[in-house]
Design a protein around this ligand. Structure first.
Ligand SMILES: [Zn+2]
Length: 136
């Protein structure tokens, strides 16, 4: 998929979150456990890698933090149930990437000039907030 070439930045420190083709985030479970989560940079791919001791269960809400500056990545300006990171595409344009904080929920949005592009089977969950139907 051609999106593999995109870079991802923390919205707070603008540090690069992508290394070795994974987006590396620090995460905290509802029970307080902390660990690293490696997300696939391809939008719509929900394969996540984490250490077996960081045993995230589907349905629990995860807090995501920048692995560099440790700021909370919650997408306050959009929805408290989403995280936000910045994608830099091939044309060097910065876009917002939003994804669900709920483990196992397949829901990602790419926001460009006010237009939401939805990825994942659960992306309909948050469309009320955006007031429009996702574009598949
Ligand atoms: Zn940061």
């Amino acid at each position: 998929m051609k999106l593999k070439g995109n870079n991802y930045l923390c919205p707070h420190c603008k540090g690069h979150l992508r290394a070795n083709n994974k987006i590396i985030l620090s995460a905290k479970r509802e029970n307080g456990d902390v660990g690293l989560m490696l997300l696939d940079p391809e939008l719509g791919n929900y394969k996540v890698i984490n250490h077996p001791s960081f045993d995230v269960q589907d349905g629990e809400k995860i807090e995501f933090y920048c692995s560099i500056c440790h700021e909370n990545l919650v997408a306050k300006n959009y929805d408290e149930r989403l995280a936000r990171i910045i994608m830099v595409n091939k044309n060097n344009k910065e876009l917002d990437i939003l994804f669900s904080l709920v483990a196992g929920e397949e829901c990602t949005y790419k926001v460009s000039d006010g237009i939401f592009e939805a990825y994942g089977v659960d992306s309909g969950t948050y469309t009320n907030f955006f007031g429009e139907t996702p574009k598949y």
